[in-house]
Design a protein. Sequence first.
Length: 244
Amino acid sequence: MTEAAVAGQFVVLSGATSDIGKALARSLASAGARLCLLGRNPSTLQQLADDVGHLAAGVTVCPVDLTDDAAIATAVTQMRRETGAVDVLVHGAGAFEMGPLQSADVSRFDLLYRTNVRGPYLLTQSLLPLIRSSPGQIVFLNSTVGLEAKKSASQYAATQHALRAMADALRAEVNADGVRVLSVYLGRTATARQERIFRLEGRPYAPALLQQPEDVAQMVLAALHLPRTAEVTEIRMRPMVKSY
């Protein structure tokens, strides 16, 4: 298991400008990967590309909103022009909402579905021929609520359960082609989203007591480096300090 495992490989990273996405971009770049960074904000994407460009074997930015089918198609066309194979696809993009089922706005549920389920589905479907040709690896960054739903998170949890089902079904379809599919179920991680969640819960936010984005990045990288004689299908991570 060495960092050379992803050196020179073409890695597509959605949600690249999130806290976890940035940590992943830095770790993958340090391992010598060729990065294709996906996100909604072109200027933030370019800034990240500039930050990690000296480490990576190459960096491409691809502005895309996962709720926009045309934008996904444009991004995939760009990738097809640049590479004949996608070695790694990491799904790190997603949206979050909280609220009791009785009063949660169903229009927000629609947005969560398009961002957290339909978008990753379409992106995976569109890139699958390039992933199969490698054969590559697919990583879904999920949440522990994708395993066990919590109160006031029915909408978000439903999308994460759907993402889990997508990954499991996909694995059964592509394993025979040599493609590995991993779901990583994250507990509370020190991110801007987590700070917002604590605020919504009315609790003090102490990021030092949570797992860090860099922890997630190192775990994903370790799984990608695993020899091809084995496959990790699920990883569940949570903070070491059980203060929450």
